[in-house]
Structure formats: C-alpha cells, structure tokens
Design a protein around this ligand. Sequence first.
Ligand code: TRP
Length: 338
Amino acid sequence: MVKGASVLMSGMRPTGRLHVGNYWGALSNWVGLQEKHACYFAVADWHMLTTGYADTGRLQENIREMALDWLAAGLDPEKCVMFKQSAVPEHAELALLLSMITPLSWLENNPTFKEQLQELSNAKDLHTHGFLGYPVLQAADILLYRAGLVPIGHDQLPHVELAREIARRFNSIYGDVLPEPQPLLTETPKIPGTDGRKMSKSYGNAIDIYETADSLKRKVMRLYTDPLKARADDPGHPEPCAENPPGCVAYALHKLYASADFSARRGEECRAGEIGCVACKKDLLLEMEGPFAEFARRREELAGASGLVEKILETGSAHAREAAQNTMREVRRAMKLA
Ligand code: TRP
C-alpha cells in the first residue's frame, strides 16, 4: 500500500491493561491512521521508569498486556511498526544529545511537570533527573523517526510543543536535520470513568477494554448517573450541567457505543423522564456486549499463541532500529561527532 508522505509516531507507557478511555482517546484513532501513514507506535517502557522506577516487578507483564490490547483492538504489525522503546537504544542516545541543548527553564516550566510533581509527590520522590527530562526523551522518540505527525490527546500538547522547540533549536545550531512535528489532536471528548471523574487507572474508576461479560455488567449497572433522577419518571440531566456537573456516564457511553440517532433520542427521553436509569443501563449493556465479546475473543486467541507478542515486538523493534540508526548517523554527522 502507498501511504501518505508524513511519518507518524506515538507511544503509550505500559501501564498494563488498557481501558475504554485509552481506547477511544488514542487506540481507535491509531487503528485508522495505520491505513494512511507510515506509523511507529512505541511501548514507552523507559518513560514508565520516570515515575515508576522503584517498582518494576510487573513491567514485562504490563508490556505484554498492553501489546495484546493493541493487537486485539486492530493494530496490525503488517501495517504499522509496533516496538519497544528500550529495544532501540538510539532513543537514549538522541535523548542525551538533545539534553545538551535543552534549557532547564523549558523543562521546569512545563505544565505537565508541575502538575504531576504536585499530584504524585506524596507517593513518590519525583525530584529526579529522569522525571524532569521526560519531555526530552519524548522529543527523542518523535524526532528519531522524523515524524511529521504525533497523534495525542490534549494533555500531551505541551510535550509535542517542546519537541518542536527542541527540533528548532537543534536545526538552528547544527543545520536542518530534524523536521518539526505537528500534533494531531484526537477529537474524542474526555471519557468519564464509572464515578463521573476522568477515567483513570489510578482512580479505580476504569472500564477495561478487556472486561468479562460479568465484570462489564457489574460496572455498567453501577455507573454514575444523575443523582437528581431518583425515580424513572424524574427528568434527568444527561449532559454535564450545573445540576449534574459530571454528566451521566451511561449517556456518555451511549454516545460511543450506540448510533448518533439512538443516543440523541435517548438524551431526549431522559430529559423528559420517559426512561429510567436501570432500563437505560440495560440498553447500554446490550450495545457494549457485542464489541467487548469480539475483543475478548481476539485477545484470547492472540494471548494463546505462544511467543507471538514477543515476536511482533522484536520484529517491530528491529524495524524501528533501522530507521533510528539512519537518523542518528545524520545527527552525529551534523554535530561533528562522526
Ligand atoms: N508521554 C506519553 C503519554 O504519557 C507517551 C509517549 C511516550 C508518547 N513517547 C511518546 C506520546 C511519543 C507521543 C509520542 O501518554
């Protein structure tokens, strides 16, 4: 297949099984993009260490779980390069070289850095070189493949902006070697978790994309709805609003899993008090059961094929490494290291 001129690169930290938020926020998008672009998708295991350095016991398992979810969701190793960051040591080399030209202030003022430092610092000591340098490593991930496009969610915008600034600075010092990447924003609304807050593994409110029929049912029937809609015929507030700030989670999921027509009608019925939350969740469960069963079937098949995931990551990493070595030759030459 002839693919567009733009190389595309993205990555995820291996946190283990993916949830519905990861799926609609990134993965479903990647699956479409692999048809149109030359894509590099990294299992960013070194990035995992920036916050998780003290607890690496489950790292290999988490890499495998996440790669299985990627494959079961439709990433096709024939159409994209999926690889493990740490299997391509050029990421470390480029990150080191880029760190020489990255002003500390760019890193210290990075909003994600400040936010995470506050949020996570009770649990972990994040006053490390590696954590501050997170965006430099991410810039290396992207620039190593001379990616023109980086599909990401809004939260990652500052990181891609930093990668652009680092590329610009590199090119102005050493000559044009590293193209400036563009963010490709995913047009998915924030996916709420079962309790109405943003879906996140660390909040314990996630619906995994690999739930069994039982666990899916349990989670769906307990979704946060509109607390003002105590009885079936009370008028509800499905959308986020003053009366129900988080919005109804069942409604948010209808929008993802049912047709646009159905979910619009369902919104009206809810507002008019024509449907109760229990019946509404049962409908949602019917919508979700099919895709979840299909996903589970594919995933079990893949997990059962012994050594398959490992082989795919190995082949992908060898492929990625070739591209990475080409860029590094030019980088070293431009910097007069070779
Ligand atoms: N920082 C990204 C995240 O937490 C993961 C990531 C690592 C990434 N390397 C990347 C994303 C390169 C885009 C491009 O989601």
